[in-house]
Design a protein around this ligand. Structure first.
Ligand code: PLP
Length: 344
Protein backbone atom coordinates (compact mmCIF):
# COMPACT_ATOMS: atom_id res chain seq x y z
CA UNK A 1 0.00 0.00 0.00
CA UNK A 2 1.38 3.43 -0.90
CA UNK A 3 1.74 6.11 1.73
CA UNK A 4 -0.19 9.35 1.54
CA UNK A 5 1.83 12.33 2.75
CA UNK A 6 -0.24 15.12 4.23
CA UNK A 7 0.57 18.76 3.61
CA UNK A 8 2.56 20.39 6.41
CA UNK A 9 0.48 22.56 8.76
CA UNK A 10 3.60 24.49 9.81
CA UNK A 11 2.17 27.81 8.55
CA UNK A 12 -1.55 27.02 8.54
CA UNK A 13 -2.32 28.95 11.73
CA UNK A 14 -0.98 29.66 15.18
CA UNK A 15 -3.89 27.44 16.25
CA UNK A 16 -2.07 24.56 14.56
CA UNK A 17 0.91 24.92 16.91
CA UNK A 18 1.44 22.56 19.82
CA UNK A 19 1.07 23.70 23.42
CA UNK A 20 4.19 25.09 25.10
CA UNK A 21 5.83 22.61 27.50
CA UNK A 22 5.54 25.10 30.37
CA UNK A 23 1.78 25.38 29.83
CA UNK A 24 1.52 21.60 29.86
CA UNK A 25 3.71 21.40 32.96
CA UNK A 26 1.40 23.91 34.66
CA UNK A 27 -1.58 21.66 33.90
CA UNK A 28 0.27 18.75 35.46
CA UNK A 29 1.32 20.75 38.52
CA UNK A 30 -2.16 22.12 39.19
CA UNK A 31 -3.66 18.64 38.96
CA UNK A 32 -3.14 18.09 42.66
CA UNK A 33 -6.04 17.28 44.98
CA UNK A 34 -9.33 19.15 44.91
CA UNK A 35 -9.95 22.85 44.42
CA UNK A 36 -12.99 25.12 44.56
CA UNK A 37 -14.87 25.08 41.24
CA UNK A 38 -16.12 27.77 38.82
CA UNK A 39 -13.28 30.23 39.30
CA UNK A 40 -13.37 30.54 43.07
CA UNK A 41 -10.04 28.76 43.58
CA UNK A 42 -6.69 30.24 44.62
CA UNK A 43 -4.95 29.57 41.28
CA UNK A 44 -7.61 31.54 39.42
CA UNK A 45 -7.19 34.41 41.86
CA UNK A 46 -3.44 34.38 41.28
CA UNK A 47 -3.83 34.26 37.49
CA UNK A 48 -6.27 37.18 37.58
CA UNK A 49 -3.79 39.15 39.70
CA UNK A 50 -0.98 38.32 37.25
CA UNK A 51 -3.06 39.59 34.32
CA UNK A 52 -4.01 42.77 36.19
CA UNK A 53 -0.35 43.32 36.96
CA UNK A 54 0.80 42.65 33.38
CA UNK A 55 -1.64 45.25 32.04
CA UNK A 56 -1.21 47.68 34.92
CA UNK A 57 -4.96 47.45 35.57
CA UNK A 58 -5.31 47.13 39.33
CA UNK A 59 -9.11 47.62 39.33
CA UNK A 60 -9.95 45.37 36.37
CA UNK A 61 -12.11 42.30 36.63
CA UNK A 62 -10.71 39.20 34.93
CA UNK A 63 -12.72 36.36 33.38
CA UNK A 64 -11.49 33.29 31.55
CA UNK A 65 -13.09 31.49 28.60
CA UNK A 66 -12.15 28.49 26.51
CA UNK A 67 -12.00 30.31 23.15
CA UNK A 68 -11.37 33.71 21.66
CA UNK A 69 -14.75 33.69 19.97
CA UNK A 70 -16.45 33.20 23.33
CA UNK A 71 -14.39 35.94 24.98
CA UNK A 72 -15.31 38.38 22.20
CA UNK A 73 -18.99 37.46 22.39
CA UNK A 74 -19.10 37.77 26.18
CA UNK A 75 -17.50 41.22 25.94
CA UNK A 76 -19.79 42.53 23.23
CA UNK A 77 -23.04 40.92 24.38
CA UNK A 78 -22.62 42.27 27.91
CA UNK A 79 -22.06 45.81 26.62
CA UNK A 80 -25.21 46.26 24.55
CA UNK A 81 -28.98 46.16 24.37
CA UNK A 82 -30.77 44.89 21.23
CA UNK A 83 -31.26 48.44 19.95
CA UNK A 84 -27.54 49.12 20.03
CA UNK A 85 -24.95 48.99 17.28
CA UNK A 86 -21.53 47.33 17.53
CA UNK A 87 -18.92 48.83 15.19
CA UNK A 88 -16.03 46.81 13.79
CA UNK A 89 -13.62 46.78 10.86
CA UNK A 90 -14.44 45.21 7.50
CA UNK A 91 -11.97 42.37 8.20
CA UNK A 92 -12.92 41.79 11.85
CA UNK A 93 -12.99 38.24 13.15
CA UNK A 94 -16.23 39.10 14.98
CA UNK A 95 -17.77 40.01 11.61
CA UNK A 96 -16.40 37.34 9.29
CA UNK A 97 -15.37 34.35 11.37
CA UNK A 98 -17.68 33.93 14.35
CA UNK A 99 -20.70 32.58 12.46
CA UNK A 100 -22.81 35.56 13.49
CA UNK A 101 -22.34 34.74 17.18
CA UNK A 102 -21.91 38.34 18.35
CA UNK A 103 -25.19 39.34 16.64
CA UNK A 104 -27.15 36.30 17.77
CA UNK A 105 -26.06 36.55 21.38
CA UNK A 106 -26.27 40.33 21.73
CA UNK A 107 -29.28 41.00 19.51
CA UNK A 108 -27.47 44.15 18.39
CA UNK A 109 -26.52 45.27 14.89
CA UNK A 110 -22.92 44.72 13.79
CA UNK A 111 -21.72 47.38 11.37
CA UNK A 112 -18.52 47.17 9.33
CA UNK A 113 -16.30 50.22 8.96
CA UNK A 114 -13.78 50.57 6.11
CA UNK A 115 -10.24 49.93 7.27
CA UNK A 116 -6.65 49.60 6.15
CA UNK A 117 -5.97 45.92 6.98
CA UNK A 118 -8.12 46.29 10.11
CA UNK A 119 -6.74 49.68 11.15
CA UNK A 120 -9.69 52.07 11.31
CA UNK A 121 -9.33 55.85 10.93
CA UNK A 122 -10.93 57.61 13.93
CA UNK A 123 -13.05 59.76 11.59
CA UNK A 124 -14.87 56.60 10.42
CA UNK A 125 -16.67 56.60 13.76
CA UNK A 126 -18.22 60.00 13.14
CA UNK A 127 -20.58 58.82 10.37
CA UNK A 128 -22.14 56.34 12.79
CA UNK A 129 -22.11 58.66 15.80
CA UNK A 130 -24.18 61.16 13.79
CA UNK A 131 -27.11 58.73 14.28
CA UNK A 132 -27.01 58.92 18.06
CA UNK A 133 -30.41 59.85 19.46
CA UNK A 134 -32.34 59.23 16.20
CA UNK A 135 -35.04 56.67 17.00
CA UNK A 136 -34.95 55.12 13.51
CA UNK A 137 -31.36 53.94 13.84
CA UNK A 138 -29.53 51.39 15.93
CA UNK A 139 -27.57 53.29 18.53
CA UNK A 140 -23.75 53.02 18.37
CA UNK A 141 -22.59 51.71 21.74
CA UNK A 142 -19.24 49.95 21.38
CA UNK A 143 -16.48 49.67 18.79
CA UNK A 144 -14.26 46.60 18.61
CA UNK A 145 -10.77 46.73 17.14
CA UNK A 146 -8.17 43.99 16.84
CA UNK A 147 -4.56 44.18 18.08
CA UNK A 148 -2.69 42.79 16.16
CA UNK A 149 -5.22 42.84 13.32
CA UNK A 150 -6.58 39.97 11.28
CA UNK A 151 -4.26 41.08 8.46
CA UNK A 152 -1.20 41.03 10.68
CA UNK A 153 -0.98 44.78 11.23
CA UNK A 154 -0.23 46.44 14.55
CA UNK A 155 -1.82 49.59 15.93
CA UNK A 156 1.04 51.82 17.12
CA UNK A 157 0.68 53.15 20.66
CA UNK A 158 -0.14 56.71 19.47
CA UNK A 159 -2.61 55.42 16.83
CA UNK A 160 -4.56 53.23 19.22
CA UNK A 161 -4.45 55.97 21.85
CA UNK A 162 -5.94 58.50 19.43
CA UNK A 163 -8.58 56.03 18.23
CA UNK A 164 -9.73 55.06 21.71
CA UNK A 165 -9.85 58.67 22.88
CA UNK A 166 -11.90 59.63 19.81
CA UNK A 167 -14.32 56.77 20.46
CA UNK A 168 -14.68 57.74 24.12
CA UNK A 169 -15.24 61.38 23.19
CA UNK A 170 -18.16 60.21 21.03
CA UNK A 171 -19.63 58.19 23.90
CA UNK A 172 -18.54 54.76 22.64
CA UNK A 173 -17.05 51.93 24.65
CA UNK A 174 -13.99 50.20 23.18
CA UNK A 175 -13.27 46.48 23.02
CA UNK A 176 -9.89 45.20 21.87
CA UNK A 177 -9.83 41.72 20.37
CA UNK A 178 -6.38 40.83 21.63
CA UNK A 179 -6.31 37.23 20.48
CA UNK A 180 -2.82 38.18 19.29
CA UNK A 181 -2.14 40.99 21.76
CA UNK A 182 1.18 39.43 22.80
CA UNK A 183 2.42 39.64 19.20
CA UNK A 184 1.49 43.33 19.14
CA UNK A 185 3.17 44.08 22.48
CA UNK A 186 6.31 42.25 21.38
CA UNK A 187 6.33 44.02 18.01
CA UNK A 188 5.83 47.47 19.49
CA UNK A 189 8.23 46.92 22.36
CA UNK A 190 5.94 48.91 24.63
CA UNK A 191 4.16 47.93 27.85
CA UNK A 192 0.99 45.83 27.46
CA UNK A 193 -0.99 48.80 28.83
CA UNK A 194 0.29 51.07 26.05
CA UNK A 195 -0.65 48.52 23.38
CA UNK A 196 -4.34 48.65 24.44
CA UNK A 197 -4.45 52.37 25.31
CA UNK A 198 -7.54 53.28 27.36
CA UNK A 199 -9.75 50.43 26.04
CA UNK A 200 -12.60 49.40 28.31
CA UNK A 201 -12.43 45.65 27.81
CA UNK A 202 -9.82 43.41 26.20
CA UNK A 203 -9.76 39.82 24.98
CA UNK A 204 -6.32 38.51 25.96
CA UNK A 205 -5.31 35.58 23.78
CA UNK A 206 -3.75 32.47 25.25
CA UNK A 207 -4.37 29.61 22.82
CA UNK A 208 -2.61 31.12 19.80
CA UNK A 209 0.43 31.98 21.88
CA UNK A 210 1.31 28.64 23.46
CA UNK A 211 -1.56 27.58 25.69
CA UNK A 212 -3.44 24.33 25.19
CA UNK A 213 -6.70 26.28 25.51
CA UNK A 214 -7.98 29.45 27.10
CA UNK A 215 -8.36 33.16 26.50
CA UNK A 216 -9.09 35.85 29.09
CA UNK A 217 -11.10 39.03 29.40
CA UNK A 218 -9.65 42.06 31.12
CA UNK A 219 -12.61 44.24 32.11
CA UNK A 220 -11.25 47.65 32.98
CA UNK A 221 -14.61 49.38 33.38
CA UNK A 222 -16.85 46.68 34.86
CA UNK A 223 -19.67 49.20 35.43
CA UNK A 224 -20.39 49.11 31.66
CA UNK A 225 -20.49 45.29 31.50
CA UNK A 226 -22.74 44.57 34.46
CA UNK A 227 -24.20 41.28 33.25
CA UNK A 228 -20.89 39.87 32.07
CA UNK A 229 -20.69 36.95 34.51
CA UNK A 230 -24.21 35.85 33.55
CA UNK A 231 -23.42 36.02 29.82
CA UNK A 232 -20.29 33.94 30.41
CA UNK A 233 -22.37 31.35 32.25
CA UNK A 234 -25.21 31.40 29.71
CA UNK A 235 -22.95 30.61 26.79
CA UNK A 236 -21.21 27.82 28.67
CA UNK A 237 -17.84 29.44 29.24
CA UNK A 238 -17.71 29.46 33.02
CA UNK A 239 -15.36 26.50 33.35
CA UNK A 240 -16.08 24.28 36.32
CA UNK A 241 -12.46 23.11 36.59
CA UNK A 242 -11.34 26.70 36.19
CA UNK A 243 -7.89 26.21 37.67
CA UNK A 244 -6.76 24.39 34.51
CA UNK A 245 -7.28 27.48 32.35
CA UNK A 246 -5.89 29.83 34.98
CA UNK A 247 -2.74 27.78 35.65
CA UNK A 248 -1.73 28.05 32.00
CA UNK A 249 -2.07 31.83 32.08
CA UNK A 250 0.07 31.94 35.22
CA UNK A 251 2.74 29.87 33.47
CA UNK A 252 2.71 32.05 30.35
CA UNK A 253 2.86 35.31 32.31
CA UNK A 254 5.66 34.11 34.56
CA UNK A 255 9.06 35.59 33.59
CA UNK A 256 7.48 37.16 30.48
CA UNK A 257 7.17 33.82 28.67
CA UNK A 258 4.08 35.09 26.78
CA UNK A 259 6.16 37.87 25.22
CA UNK A 260 9.12 35.59 24.46
CA UNK A 261 6.87 33.19 22.54
CA UNK A 262 5.23 36.06 20.66
CA UNK A 263 8.56 37.73 19.88
CA UNK A 264 9.85 34.49 18.45
CA UNK A 265 6.76 34.07 16.23
CA UNK A 266 7.19 37.65 14.98
CA UNK A 267 10.88 37.04 14.23
CA UNK A 268 10.02 33.95 12.19
CA UNK A 269 7.42 35.92 10.21
CA UNK A 270 10.03 38.55 9.44
CA UNK A 271 12.51 35.87 8.30
CA UNK A 272 9.84 34.34 6.07
CA UNK A 273 8.71 37.62 4.54
CA UNK A 274 12.29 38.79 3.95
CA UNK A 275 13.01 35.54 2.10
CA UNK A 276 9.82 35.89 0.06
CA UNK A 277 10.53 39.43 -1.06
CA UNK A 278 14.13 38.46 -1.88
CA UNK A 279 12.78 35.94 -4.40
CA UNK A 280 10.55 38.57 -5.97
CA UNK A 281 7.23 37.82 -4.27
CA UNK A 282 5.03 40.78 -3.34
CA UNK A 283 3.59 41.13 0.16
CA UNK A 284 -0.10 42.06 0.37
CA UNK A 285 0.29 43.77 3.75
CA UNK A 286 3.29 45.00 5.72
CA UNK A 287 4.52 42.26 8.06
CA UNK A 288 4.27 43.72 11.54
CA UNK A 289 3.49 40.74 13.79
CA UNK A 290 3.41 36.96 13.19
CA UNK A 291 1.42 36.74 9.95
CA UNK A 292 2.58 37.04 6.35
CA UNK A 293 0.11 37.79 3.54
CA UNK A 294 1.69 37.30 0.15
CA UNK A 295 0.50 37.47 -3.46
CA UNK A 296 0.92 34.00 -4.96
CA UNK A 297 -0.07 33.21 -8.54
CA UNK A 298 -2.93 30.67 -8.50
CA UNK A 299 -0.82 27.94 -10.13
CA UNK A 300 1.95 28.40 -7.55
CA UNK A 301 -0.56 28.15 -4.71
CA UNK A 302 -2.08 25.04 -6.31
CA UNK A 303 1.33 23.39 -6.58
CA UNK A 304 2.26 24.50 -3.05
CA UNK A 305 -0.90 22.97 -1.55
CA UNK A 306 0.33 19.34 -1.40
CA UNK A 307 3.35 20.56 0.62
CA UNK A 308 1.84 23.32 2.77
CA UNK A 309 -1.70 23.88 4.00
CA UNK A 310 -1.94 27.65 3.92
CA UNK A 311 -5.11 29.69 4.00
CA UNK A 312 -6.40 31.92 1.20
CA UNK A 313 -8.74 34.30 3.07
CA UNK A 314 -10.66 35.41 -0.02
CA UNK A 315 -11.03 32.83 -2.84
CA UNK A 316 -11.38 35.70 -5.31
CA UNK A 317 -8.05 37.27 -4.35
CA UNK A 318 -4.72 35.46 -4.95
CA UNK A 319 -3.31 36.29 -1.53
CA UNK A 320 -2.18 33.52 0.80
CA UNK A 321 -1.60 33.70 4.55
CA UNK A 322 1.36 32.15 6.35
CA UNK A 323 1.16 32.25 10.15
CA UNK A 324 4.18 31.75 12.40
CA UNK A 325 3.85 30.54 15.97
CA UNK A 326 5.95 30.13 19.10
CA UNK A 327 7.01 26.72 17.80
CA UNK A 328 8.02 27.75 14.25
CA UNK A 329 11.70 27.02 13.66
CA UNK A 330 14.22 28.66 11.37
CA UNK A 331 14.40 25.43 9.41
CA UNK A 332 10.58 25.42 9.02
CA UNK A 333 10.94 28.85 7.44
CA UNK A 334 13.94 27.96 5.29
CA UNK A 335 12.28 24.75 4.06
CA UNK A 336 9.16 26.66 3.02
CA UNK A 337 11.28 29.24 1.23
CA UNK A 338 13.18 26.47 -0.57
CA UNK A 339 9.88 24.89 -1.68
CA UNK A 340 8.61 28.23 -2.96
CA UNK A 341 11.87 28.86 -4.80
CA UNK A 342 11.48 25.58 -6.66
CA UNK A 343 7.84 26.31 -7.56
CA UNK A 344 8.67 29.77 -8.84
C1 PLP B 1 -8.40 37.98 15.56
C2 PLP B 1 -9.06 36.76 16.13
N1 PLP B 1 -9.98 36.91 17.10
C3 PLP B 1 -10.60 35.86 17.65
C4 PLP B 1 -10.31 34.58 17.25
C5 PLP B 1 -11.10 33.45 17.85
O1 PLP B 1 -10.38 32.50 18.50
P1 PLP B 1 -10.99 31.01 18.68
O2 PLP B 1 -10.72 30.28 17.42
O3 PLP B 1 -10.23 30.52 19.88
O4 PLP B 1 -12.44 31.12 18.97
C6 PLP B 1 -9.37 34.37 16.23
C7 PLP B 1 -9.06 32.99 15.77
O5 PLP B 1 -8.47 32.74 14.75
C8 PLP B 1 -8.74 35.49 15.65
O6 PLP B 1 -7.84 35.36 14.65
Amino acid sequence: MGTVSAASTAFASDNAAPAHPRALQALHDVNEGTAAAYGTDAVTRRAADALRQAFDAADAEVLFAFTGTAANIIALASAVQPWHEILCSDVAHVLLDEAGGPVRLSGAQLTRLPSDDGLIAPAQLDHRLARLGAVHHSQPRIVTITQSTENGRVWSAPAIGEFVDHAHAGGLLVHVDGSRIANAVAALDVSPAEAIADADIVTVGGTKNGMLFGDALLVRRPEHFSGIHFVQKQIGHLASKHRFVAAQFLAMLEDGLWLDTARHANTMARRLSTGMTAMGLRLASPVEANEVFVHLPADVHRRLAPSYAVHQPDPAVPVVRFVCAWSTTESDVDDALATLRVLL
